[in-house]
Design a protein around this ligand. Sequence first.
Ligand code: ATP
Length: 231
Amino acid sequence: MLDIEGMNAFHGDFQALFGIDLHLEPGETLALIGANGAGKTSFLRALCGLTRAQAGRFALNGQAMLPLEAPARARAGIALCPEGRRMFSSLSVAENLMLGGRIGRQGPWNMDSVCSLFPILREFAQRPAALLSGGQQQMVAIGRALMANPALLLLDEVSLGLAPVVVDELHDALVRIRGEGMAIIFVEQDIARALRQADRFLCLLEGRAQLAGPARGADLAAIGRAYFGET
Ligand code: ATP
């Protein structure tokens, strides 16, 4: 359903990605790993149209994505939960979630199903998002992306800066949202956790795909070498 061949991405004159290939089936989960500056965020932003990209092929469910601007890609089924959450902090939790629902597609995710996934959001629905803890805000950010009913959900470092118990809770939720035909690409610094959660992994190094394969049975030593660019 996601078909990418030879993707390059650019920040102005700076080329951040070089010739990335990726094919994902509905329901598949990919862990995107790599050191700081490897190009993980650039890749997610290139997919949703926020960073300029070129590719030999980039299609979602057969529809060419490159000609589409970011809002049209959201309508086509790509949703990003960005690093740093980016809440509308003066809006309530419910209003933040509703905004996610306005740009996407129809499907199983709505206020009710998101609040079943993260029950605390039902309790805090009318609170300004700014008053929530970091972990709760991250739940709002994931919920907001889900409200768009994406075919492809992109999650950028949802664990960053959160207490381990909160990270466990978020990752449990990710296990529950897998399947149902939605493909997921997530960036995670904890490689062991990433491999437990994912079907496949892709390790970037300086904008290039350094190593990729099935997560189950992956060779951790080889991933470590790919991560640090050791030969
Ligand atoms: P991190 O783990 O630190 O978030 P990353 O793997 O997500 O890193 P990117 O943020 O995609 O990496 O950065 C890839 C490269 O692109 C880096 O060299 C970075 O300096 C550069 N870069 C990222 N954003 C911009 C920008 N807006 N303008 C110029 N260069 C950028």
